[in-house]
Write a protein that binds this ligand. Sequence first.
Ligand code: DOR
Ligand code: ZN
Ligand code: ZN
Length: 446
Amino acid sequence: MIVDSVLTNAKAYIDNELKNCSIAIDNAKIFKVSTETHMPKSDEKINLKNFLVFPGLIDSHVHLRDEEKSYKEDFYTGTAAAAAGGFTTVLDMPNNRPTTLTVELLRNRMNLAQNRILVNVGFYSEFPNDLGEVPQIIRQGAVAFKLFMAHQIGGLNIDNDGLIKEALMKIKDLDSILAVHAEDKDLLMKNEQKLKNQNRADLNAFFQAHSEEVENIAIERMLKLNKEIGAHIHFCHLTTKIGLDQIIEAKKSGLRITCEVTPNHLFLTQNDSNYYGSLIIMMPPLRSKINVAALMKAIKSNQVDTLGSDHAPHTKKEKIGINVWDVKVGLPGLETTLPLLLTMVNEHQISIGDIVRLLSENPAKIFKLSNIGYIKKGKNADLTVIDLKKKYKIDVSKFHSKAKFSPYNGWEVKGKPVKTFVNGSLIMDEQKIIAKMGSGSILRRN
Ligand code: DOR
Ligand code: ZN
Ligand code: ZN
């Protein structure tokens, strides 16, 4: 038999260790992992020169935009940024225009994406107006539901505890998962109003409005509502020590609770706003060093389940030089996440195993994407190839994302994604996109 390709001289992360091996790929799947002498004949051979090979990395928190927000990012540029950043799968958040919250809108988004994406993409849905439609949205292939608690985005009235409980019961019964943006709308609105009445529009006013308490009480509310129900809740972009402690407590009680941290909340603190100004405004906001230390500790002790970039592209105009209350929140992250984390690996702050667990194995498990997350016979041939020793400076002008700004611009990093394989094809080589639009596929929760 002649397979499609064989990758030689790989240092691949398999069964919790790095193994020198070759990988045979056929029909978009991993066909065999063994030594070079045991490889089948192939149409193509690629020498990976002893670079690290990770199971394709998954960014489970990405805002790909497109549709009416395509001026910020579209399916092509967003997935090109993913490929360049070493991600083979991204999960797309539903706060689009129109908001992804019905079967039709989800199907339409999938159809639009199909021929434009370079990496694999799964889609979140917000809750529909009628919870009766939840099963159809799952059948259409939503990887998860998202509940945004900071203001009303989806069809589920976030002021109504009874309805949230009903939604949680559906999630539980249908074996789905609810990802939550935990910031309490009422307290946030109250804080904002008070500060606006004092004519405050400085950066600190934003931080005060989005206080730690705003996040903590939203987490508390969700955990309480879910206590008797026991649906799988995945808390997005956790930033506070108290929030984290509540989640650790809930996990201990046996509830299916998982959580995510973003690199922004590890690499930056509120003090950095003195330098970066409104650029670094995001929700939830940057926090103090004490919180960062708690998040780092939780990452190292296995209490954080995923790292997500929260890639949130905007135009520069939407970020700078306007009233703080009107600044669009978030940063592009697909092209900075992996180099920043590899730099941490080089500094012995986290391990290679942490990266694979947090950005591949765990997201695959949590979102039930059974074909990805591991380098193993039969799995998708999605692979991220890394030069761990490569030093370079982050340069926003080279971003594939439309959002060409970042607080990390000019930062010296060590560790670079050099090749990205999706469904067996090399789609990114030395930061160049070499695949055609449409080489990614739509992933559905299994
Ligand atoms: O910083 C953020 N950006 N937080 C959010 O919750 C939304 C996101 C976006 O869509 O821009
Ligand atoms: Zn969010
Ligand atoms: Zn987000």
